[in-house]
Design a protein. Structure first.
Length: 157
């Protein structure tokens, strides 16, 4: 069978590594699904998503000059529709709520953090205030160590 980029085919997982999974496409041809192409959410352990012998649907992303085939499982999955009509895979972006993501988004800490704050300007203000406090504390500590922490000749080192 001749494979083409963009084609969606069925295969069987034959090997799992930390960086990806190998999939037998038939006729002695196999490809690899990189860890970033396993699921629409962050994948820490591939073994949490795939098992050897599992039948999977994959999309052919590329075929290089050596015949290596790059595959994607997540690109065969239906994507959720968001409120603006654009496609996305991470939750529903809602401009009426200050540009935040609605709860119920797909497993992302970032989206949950967005729900807990009012808007970007508030987050930035809090960050800047915290940053200024930390810098101020470091400057005070640096001045104290220069005054009394050096050796007798007045050099810090």
């Amino acid at each position: 069978m001749a494979f083409e980029v963009g084609q969606i085919v069925e295969g069987k997982v034959t090997g799992i590594m930390n960086y990806g999974a190998f999939v037998d496409l038939g006729d002695g041809i196999s490809g690899m699904v990189h860890i970033s192409e396993v699921a629409p959410t962050y994948v820490n352990e591939i073994k949490d998503h795939l098992t050897i012998g599992q039948e999977v649907k994959v999309k052919i992303l590329s075929i290089d000059e050596n015949g290596k085939i790059a595959l994607s499982i997540k690109q065969t999955m239906p994507r959720q529709q968001n409120n603006s009509g654009k496609r996305g895979n991470g939750g529903n972006y809602n401009r009426q709520r200050g540009g935040r993501y609605d709860s119920g988004s797909v497993g992302s800490d970032w989206n949950r953090r967005q729900n807990s704050s009012d808007n970007f300007d508030d987050m930035l203000s809090k960050f800047m205030a915290s940053s200024d406090e930390k810098i101020s504390g470091l400057k005070k500590e640096n001045r104290r160590s220069r005054k009394g922490g050096g050796n007798n000749d007045g050099n810090q080192w």
